[in-house]
Design a protein around this ligand. Structure first.
Ligand code: BES
Ligand code: MN
Ligand code: ZN
Length: 506
């Protein structure tokens, strides 16, 4: 029995090999390839005409017209032509405007979408005029766009082959990809795997194990983990209260990457890592509860962002703090009405055991400030349903005390393609979380829920700590696909935090 259960867990624990085409860079396509061509308008680019020859180009021009393809950005077409040697030809509209790197990511993801239709071993993608950096971004997009979590599907077909971006200087594009975009895409896929993994497999200790594996052999990184004994010693009553209703003990994982100047104050990213949020005694309804396996998205994306920065040797000092617990309602669970004392000394009346994310973060952000004196503290959390109702799928909620910090984050969101929208943090929100019998309460029945959640976390952020709070509860899981974000786990935040860290040293 024991042997069998060990065997089964070993099988379940094997990391998901991303079943997808590899990205590559080549100087010229071969006629065995399927061919995808970036088009800014209805006319084939010159480089494509030169490659295909006159007769085939004329035939393709007819196919383009027949498909009513105008090169509009985001529109793709499958072109049928017997006149070319290439078995399959696709067109990808990029429009007349210059593309930003985030748009090149989308372009690459669209190429990957077409590659899914193709039986060819290699799909060559021509985007004449694109720079090495732009093609590298496209390749990253192709990796992110192909994602699906199918390790538990018995009949999943292995996906093989490559998506090859054509460049006059393929080795430079490859270098650019290997310098950053590869790690960014891999970190995003890792975060998505963590989000998708069911909670019977992924619990706090398993999260830690996988994080250690992620950083195995990466230089400049040190990892430490707080267990329950450490938490008791430090007086972390808030995270301990959340974890006490589960048979899976809580953990705080701390990953430090020192790539910047010694002594430079670090950026600290703190993530909510509830490996399952049942609501606890304030139990949730069953509808959609399965999705609460992804309530550790914040923890996954902060860890993943540190990995992409460390693996690409970014010149920054950055620390990821993952506040990990499972929120369950067993006989030792905390109750509404309980009072706990956080590490900061602040007492908290538990109004809802379902407002647990702010509790684990209360201790994590306090500890991070005491230990690391951050140059900037950003916490990332699937904190409230309220933020999703306000902002939908398009933006994560951003809360900051200072305009300059809000602007920095919005700029990083805009550049990375993970957009933020600022929501209010008003002194009145602090009044709303005053408790009758303790210093604060963890939930208020009134609106605005996303802001009172932010205000609660702010209670544990010192007035002089530069701080931003990101509520990603609306954007952590895609219900409608986007090019680089297929259905399901989005990994939202990895690209944003990576960008923010790089911007901070420019
Ligand atoms: N994890 C949830 C928030 C959430 C909701 C994430 C939907 C993703 C999708 C969080 O712990 C929670 O339960 N929040 C409560 C707070 C309330 C009790 C103050 C909520 O938003 O209802
Ligand atoms: Mn909850
Ligand atoms: Zn939660």
């Amino acid at each position: 029995m024991r042997f069998l259960s060990v065997l089964i867990s070993l099988l379940l624990l094997t990391p998901s090999a991303w079943a997808q085409r590899e990205a590559a860079f080549i100087e010229a396509p071969s006629p065995d390839d399927a061919l995808a061509i970036a088009m800014a308008g209805p006319e084939l680019p010159e480089a494509a005409t030169a490659l295909l020859g006159e007769a085939a180009s004329a035939d393709l021009a007819r196919a383009i017209a027949a498909a009513n393809f105008t090169g509009e950005a985001g529109v793709t077409a499958t072109l049928f032509s017997g006149a070319t040697d290439f078995g399959e030809v696709y067109a990808i509209g990029i429009g007349p405007e210059d593309l930003r790197l985030r748009d090149w990511e989308d372009f690459g993801a669209r190429a990957a979408g077409l590659a899914k239709l193709s039986g060819a071993e290699r799909v060559s993608v021509m985007a004449p005029g694109a720079s090495a950096e732009e093609l590298a971004a496209a390749a990253g997009g192709a990796m992110m766009g192909q994602y699906s979590f199918d390790k538990y599907k018995s009949d999943a077909e292995p996906v093989t082959g490559t998506i090859a971006f054509v460049s006059d200087n393929a080795s430079e594009a490859q270098r650019s990809y290997d310098a950053r975009r590869r790690y960014l895409a891999e970190a995003t896929l890792w975060a998505r795997d963590m989000q998708s993994e069911p909670a019977n497999v992924l619990y706090p200790e398993e999260f830690v194990r996988r994080a250690r594996a992620l950083f195995n052999g990466v230089s400049g990184v040190s990892i430490s983990v707080l267990d329950e004994r450490d938490m008791k010693r430090l007086g972390m009553g808030a995270i301990l209260g959340v974890g006490q209703g589960s048979t899976r003990p809580p953990r705080i994982l701390i990953v430090r990457y020192n790539g910047g100047a010694a002594g430079d104050a670090p950026l600290v990213f703190a993530g909510k890592g509830i490996t399952f949020d049942s609501g606890g005694i304030s139990i949730k309804g069953n509808s959609g509860m399965w999705m609460m396996k992804a309530d550790m998205t914040g923890a996954a994306v902060v860890t993943a962002a540190v990995s992409s920065l460390a693996k690409s040797k970014a010149p920054v000092n950055v620390i990821g703090v993952a506040a990990l617990a499972e929120n369950m309602p067993d006989g030792s669970a905390q109750r509404p009405g309980d009072v706990v004392r956080a590490m900061s000394g602040t007492t908290i009346e538990i109004m809802s055991t379902d407002a647990e994310g702010r509790l684990v973060l209360a201790d994590a952000v306090w500890h991070a400030q005491e230990e690391f004196d951050p140059a900037l503290l950003v916490d990332v959390a699937t904190l409230t349903g309220s933020v999703g109702r306000a902002l939908g799928d398009e933006y994560a909620g951003l809360f900051a005390r200072e305009d300059a910090i809000a602007e920095r984050l919005i700029a990083a969101g805009d550049a990375s393609g993970e957009d933020l929208w600022r929501l209010p943090l008003h002194p009145n929100h602090d009044q709303q979380i005053k408790s009758m019998i303790a210093d604060v309460k963890n939930a208020d029945t009134g609106a605005p829920g996303a802001s009172t959640g932010a205000a609660f976390i702010g209670t544990f952020v010192k007035p002089d700590t530069p701080w931003a709070h990101l509520d990603i509860a609306g954007v952590d899981w895609r219900h409608e696909p986007q090019p680089t974000r297929p259905l399901g786990a989005s990994g939202f935040g990895v690209r944003l935090l990576d960008q923010l860290a790089r911007d901070s040293v420019e």
